[in-house]
Design a protein. Structure first.
Lengths: 477, 68
């Protein structure tokens, strides 16, 4: 239960709040406003535990002042005064973290048989409900749909996070997914990047069957237009992609073909060959360590997407009840059937999951920029919002402290996007993208599931109301 | 949440008593639906029709989980 009242305290110190910088959305449609819990110009979050996104330990009994959508002051309870007339939230027993910045997101969901459904209704709400205030899509099924969804959210017509839209997949022939175009060479790659840049996307993603020549051309064209390129690779190794200038690699270690024996250039090895190579890999041996150093030296970021790999691993938890209830009956039955079959598999994937976690930790310890995402695909069950929480929990399981895991999922994403001067940490002058959590995720990371209010640009959205609004719809719309 | 249960109920055995086909039925509690492993395709039509008459039957596809 939140303690809310109006601040009447005498100012202890002179507050130097920045003037309004227009971070708050001026107009919200009724469709958005139904989820708004707090919409005051000045809000004081008091007596709260602060996990500020920098990775430093949680700070107890802090005050955060929000004014006109911007963080106006942050400090210990005795050092920050509550402005008169502010809406005061006594958050004793609760925590505040920055809004999540998640970088492998989609607005589509698997429908079986390599088909996917666009989720422009449920996913924006779910992402925001689960604390994601900024997302980058990791490849688009419906780029105009994603672009128009972004614009609708920015205009206050639809509830959801700020979206950085990635263009359609850059891939060669060989993939049985109908929405993925097959490139016909480097000139085609340049043409595709140029076209979708002009249409408004801000990043690109290479996929499993692209050639080195096509990837190089796409990177050149994207960089010339000020955009970054990421990749879920296979035909091109991580090392080759780094040498071509790629900015980001998706799925941690899992998409690497660097260690496949006798790999043919520009050919994606079979799943068995890829899995076996990673299974045999010694993460502390020279080959793995050299790859980590190579990626770090070239400034290539790595995206952790542990939830989409956990679902295919026997012995791991089923999706939480909230996620199951969010699914349509068809999507739920399909997910549960597959999940049950996976429980009968051997421990190979458990070894790979553990290895993937360790690789991500080693990469970060070596100075690499590790960022976080969920990838709501696979065979289903990775439901935005719920999976946001799971990704942070899995990073802790990988060996990060809770504060570090939150930093990976907030600040690091903002650094990659080049927006860390505005979001990603709780600091004076930054946009008030904040999440109020009932509990202490620095002591019990599973408390991160207990999100209550998600502030985006200083407007507080009711997390539960957003989650409840999409029951039975995931997989349909 | 309803639990799911598996039950193997039939197998086709060759002349050397080697199992060549196996049917796995997945019962979803509270629903008259079962999923039958894809090996069913090689079984007698009569048995398949029998199962279809008793339950909603679908042929299970190999597990495919494609991260995108």
């Amino acid at each position: 239960m939140l303690e809310i009242y109006r601040g009447t305290a005498v100012l202890l110190t002179v507050l130097l709040l920045p003037s309004s910088v227009g971070a708050r959305q001026a107009v919200l449609s009724p469709a958005v406003r139904e989820f708004v819990q707090i919409d005051e110009r000045v809000v004081a979050l008091t007596h709260v535990r602060l996990i500020d996104g920098t990775g430093r330990p949680a700070q107890a009994d802090q005050t955060v002042i929000i004014r006109d959508g911007v963080i106006g002051a942050v400090g210990s309870a005795g050092s920050v005064a509550v402005p008169e007339g502010a809406l005061v939230l006594d958050l004793t027993g609760k925590s505040v973290i920055p809004g999540l910045v998640m970088l492998h997101e989609h607005f589509f969901y698997p429908a079986g048989q390599s088909a996917y459904n666009q989720q422009e209704f449920s996913f924006p709400r779910l992402y925001l409900a689960g604390g994601a205030t900024t997302v980058r899509t990791g490849g688009s099924r419906d780029p105009y749909g994603d672009l128009n969804l972004k614009r609708a959210i920015d205009a206050g017509r639809v509830p959801g996070p700020t979206i950085y839209v990635t263009g359609p997949y850059l891939n060669g022939p060989g993939l049985p997914i109908l929405f993925v175009n097959a490139l016909e060479g480097p000139a085609d790659a340049r043409r595709m990047v140029a076209y979708w840049s002009d249409e408004g996307v801000s990043s690109f993603k290479a996929y499993m069957h692209i050639s080195r020549e096509e990837l190089g051309a796409a990177i050149d064209e994207a960089h010339a237009r000020g955009h970054k390129v990421t990749g879920h690779l296979c035909s091109v190794t991580y090392r080759e992609a780094a040498d071509l200038g790629i900015d980001n690699l998706e799925h941690g270690l899992f998409a690497s073909t660097d260690f496949v024996a006798a790999k043919e250039p520009d050919v994606c090895p079979s799943g068995a060959e890829r899995g076996n190579a990673l299974f045999q890999l010694d993460l502390h041996g020279p080959a793995a360590q050299d790859l980590i150093s190579h990626l770090v030296d070239r400034g290539v970021a790595l995206t952790s997407t542990l939830p989409v790999f956990e679902i295919s691993t026997a012995g791991r938890p089923r999706a939480p009840d909230g996620a199951l209830n969010a699914m349509s009956p068809d999507a739920r039955d399909r997910y549960l059937r597959t999940w049950s079959r996976i429980q009968e598999q051997d421990s190979t994937r458990a070894v790979l999951l553990r290895k993937g976690m360790e690789f991500e930790r080693l990469f970060a310890e070596a100075g690499g920029l590790l960022v976080a995402g969920i990838d709501p695909t696979g065979y289903g069950g990775v439901v935005p919002g719920y999976a946001n929480h799971r990704e942070v929990e899995l990073l802790v399981e990988a060996g990060f402290t809770p504060e570090e895991a939150i930093m990976v999922s907030t600040y690091n994403g903002a650094v990659y996007l080049g927006i860390d001067d505005r979001v990603g940490t709780v600091a004076v002058g930054k946009v008030a993208d904040l999440v109020v959590i009932d509990g202490d995720p620095s002591a019990r990371i599973e408390d991160i599931r207990r999100m209550e209010i998600v502030f985006k640009g200083g407007i507080g959205y009711d997390s539960k109301r957003l989650f409840d609004s999409v029951r039975g719809t995931v997989g349909v719309r | 949440m309803r639990d799911q249960r598996y039950q193997s109920v039939a197998a086709r055995i060759d002349r050397n008593e080697k199992v060549v086909d196996r049917i796995r039925l997945v019962f979803v509690e509270g629903k008259d639906s079962i999923a039958v492993s894809r090996e069913l395709a090689g079984l007698d039509n009569a048995l398949f029709e029998l199962l279809q008459g008793a339950y909603t039957v679908e042929r299970q596809e190999p597990i495919r989980s494609q991260s995108t």
